[in-house]
Design a protein around this ligand. Structure first.
Ligand code: CP
Length: 309
């Protein structure tokens, strides 16, 4: 498969065959992600890391991926320190990054910003999250985590919990899990239900998600519980946020009725939705999931830059 020069904007741009290929390649890269092996296949390549929104995992794991493959990183994580503050447009910022580097990774608060960036860049653009839109690299690392732990992606009952309205990770993941025909259950406060267009995408792929606010019942026979944070920053009205904050919490008591091999995932950051006491249980997969961002992003960078192992 030839990925050289390709943009990565939405998981919907990938076939199941392509996703499987990326996940298999990421598996080969795990020893390199852990620093147990080293090969500078991206020597001489430069990544522009343009983070207009806060990030810990996505930004650092992209930087780690580039460094571990011998490449270099330029960029910013604080747009207030860039010429955007002087009124420079996103298009012009992208034109500059395009001329200084070989690949651009962008996170932005505006849905569609990554696709716009791709129109102004000749080098490949990777979407690191665009507002409440999509987060394709998170989706791939989520699929990688499920496959690594469950040995399969389809034929699992997967509960997506939390802010399903604004959560870009669950939008991308619902689509991708439907490609694999997983059984989906959406659990959220009524005001944060999964958008209709995402449910329609699942249906078009032959999957009919169930929707409920009864978490206890939903997790009883679940194989995967994917928890998300209620994202204060996405609410146009603070009062609406206050109505739903703390509407669910994963704790040891709740897990008494869950299957022994239930895995709990979370894109992180978490705030109060998972009790830290859950971290010590075998259910907690979220920190390993965050590590999986490194082999998956190594695979993507290596493929779009044509420096395959
Ligand atoms: N999962 C995720 O996107 O985390 P960050 O916001 O820390 O990058």
């Amino acid at each position: 498969m030839d990925f050289r020069g390709k943009d990565i904007i939405s998981i919907k741009d990938f076939s199941k065959e392509t996703i499987n290929y990326i996940l298999d390649y990421a598996q080969d890269l795990v020893p390199y992600a852990k620093g147990e092996k080293y090969k500078d296949i991206l020597n001489g390549k430069v990544l522009s890391s343009l983070f207009f929104e806060p990030s810990t995992r996505t930004r650092l794991s992209f930087e780690s991926s580039m460094n571990r493959l011998g490449g270099k990183v330029i960029g910013f994580s604080n747009p207030a320190a860039t010429s955007q503050m002087k009124g420079e447009s996103l298009a012009d910022t992208i034109r500059m990054a395009d001329s200084y580097s070989d690949v651009i990774v962008i996170r932005h608060s505006q849905e569609g910003a990554a696709r716009l960036a791709a129109e102004f860049a000749d080098v490949p653009v990777i979407n690191a999250g665009d507002g409440a839109g999509r987060h394709p690299t998170q989706c791939l690392l989520d699929l990688f985590t499920i496959k690594s732990e469950k040995k399969k992606i389809g034929k699992n009952k997967i509960v997506l919990l939390g802010d399903l309205k604004y959560g870009r990770t669950v939008h991308s993941l619902s689509y991708a899990l439907s490609v694999y025909k997983a059984e989906l259950s959406f659990v959220s406060p009524t005001s944060l239900k999964m958008p209709r267009e995402v449910i329609d995408e699942c249906r078009e792929l032959g999957v009919e998600p169930t929707q409920t606010s009864n978490l206890e019942k939903a997790i009883k026979d679940a194989d995967v519980l994917y928890v998300t944070r209620i994202q204060k920053e996405r609410f146009p009205d603070a009062e609406e946020y206050n109505k739903v904050v703390d509407s669910y919490k994963i704790n040891i008591e709740l897990l008494q009725n869950a299957k022994d091999d239930l895995i709990i995932m979370h894109p992180l950051p978490r705030v109060t939705e998972i009790d830290p006491e859950v971290d010590k249980t075998p259910h907690a997969l979220y920190f390993k999931q965050a590590f999986n961002g490194v082999p998956v992003r190594m695979a993507l960078l290596s493929l779009v830059l044509g420096g395959k192992l």
